[in-house]
Design a protein around this ligand. Structure first.
Ligand code: SF4
Length: 399
């Protein structure tokens, strides 16, 4: 059985309590209403991701929902390939996603139910809440919720991921009458980070979580509660001008009030927590101020100027031909550099790379580095600090 409802990505509507912003409004309840007051700017990354999703959707539809001949498929694909942000890499990464979905579908004894780009209504748990699930598969008593992420920044974990849980609640609400769903398996496929993150939860635990967020979601819907800055500010539309975020970072200045003259380890920990997202916040402010200056709006003490420009050849091949014709040796004009390990693996593919080069690869222990307490790696018990700082300074690694 398959689902024919299609919500083209370009036309996806947004709920106030959207699933993709759930991490934000669950942590900072007034953020959803504040974001409403700020015009949304669609970044090129988001548009690129949207196009990759459309290619993925076309492939999945062809494979599982609307078998189409090669001519129709090629013509549909061609239209997407003609878009400005199209990159051939999208064909490879959407194939990885298709392979993953296929592996789930073929793992069932009987053909499962499949829905693609399905609008999922979780309004029972968060007022007027809905989102669009990339792929839903139901077979036996298991509901699969699969999300395709095209970003290559931070790997996104499916574990306790509120976006995935909201999709799952929406899917359960829609299908529990038809299917005896007991287990939810969630997966985030992020091919450009070479990761698939999976997480399993029982329906009882999912429903209990849904109940637990109801009062928080109601607060968020009403625009009530405290502004709480944190990692979740990163994609907030208000991130540049939000006063709570600004005060959180500028509160660093209060540190000079601390007594006695030497700060304690507790204070060191507190300052580092506050400073963690400082660079990102300043960058957001710079981007905002530049866009205002370019619109002709005055930002006191700042102006937009032309950035430094680098000289470049208008035609490097022709320029080098001139040099070679003037007795400059070709070997002097080109350098040969070996591929990095990662590039070599990409060239060969993981399996071939392992087969040919496994014995030449070793992963030495990483240099000690400072990480937030929430980091999943085990803490190094004890080491002589002189060893750490003997040759170079350690650094702080963000999550
Ligand atoms: S920037 Fe951060 S603190 Fe401010 S509204 Fe957005 S999520 Fe909340």
């Amino acid at each position: 059985m398959t689902d024919q409802i299609k919500v083209p990505l370009a036309n996806r509507a947004h709920a106030l309590l959207g699933s993709s912003s759930a991490h934000r409004w669950l942590n900072c309840t007034p953020s959803a209403r504040l974001e409403e007051t700020i015009p949304e700017v669609i970044s090129e990354y988001a548009e690129e991701g949207g196009l990759a999703h459309e290619i993925a959707e076309l492939k999945l539809r062809k494979q599982f929902i609307e078998p189409m001949g090669p001519r129709i498929f090629s013509s549909n694909l061609k239209k997407l390939q003609n878009r400005k942000l199209y990159d051939a890499e999208m064909l490879i990464h959407t194939e990885t996603y298709l392979d993953y979905v296929s592996s789930i579908v073929h793992g069932f004894n009987a053909p499962p139910y499949i829905a693609i780009e399905k609008k999922l209504d979780y309004g029972t748990y968060a007022p007027e809440g809905f989102g669009t699930g990339d792929c839903i598969i139901i077979g036996g008593n298991t509901l699969h919720v699969i999300d395709f992420k095209y970003g290559k920044g931070v790997p996104v974990s499916a574990e306790e991921n509120p976006q995935m849980k909201l999709y799952a609640l929406g899917a359960y609400t829609a299908y529990s009458i038809l299917y005896p769903i007991e287990t939810i398996k969630m997966a985030i496929v992020q091919p450009r980070k070479d990761t698939v993150s999976e997480y399993e939860i029982s329906i009882n635990d999912l429903l209990a979580w849904g109940e637990s967020i109801k009062p928080i979601a109601q607060k968020a819907f009403n625009g009530e509660g405290e502004f709480v800055p944190g990692d979740h500010c990163r994609f907030c539309h208000a991130k540049s001008l939000c006063r709570a975020r600004s005060e959180f970072h500028t509160a660093l200045e209060d540190c000079h009030m601390m007594k006695p003259p030497l700060i304690s380890n507790d204070e060191v920990g507190e300052i580092l927590v506050r400073a963690q997202n400082l660079a990102g916040w300043v960058k957001d402010l710079e981007e905002y101020a530049l866009s205002e200056c370019l619109k002709g709006v005055e930002i006191p003490n700042w102006k937009a100027v032309e950035g430094r420009s680098k000289r470049q050849f208008t035609d490097q091949d022709e320029a080098f031909k001139v040099l070679i014709a003037n007795d400059i040796k070709k070997a002097m004009l080109y350098t040969r550099e070996p591929l990095t390990l990662a590039a070599t693996e990409k060239l060969l593919g993981k399996a071939r790379f392992r087969e040919l080069l496994a014995e030449y690869v070793n992963t030495p222990p990483g240099k000690p580095t400072l990480a937030p307490i929430s980091d999943k790696r085990e803490a190094i018990k004890q080491i002589d600090p002189a060893e750490i700082f003997k040759n170079e300074n350690g650094g702080i690694e963000n999550e």
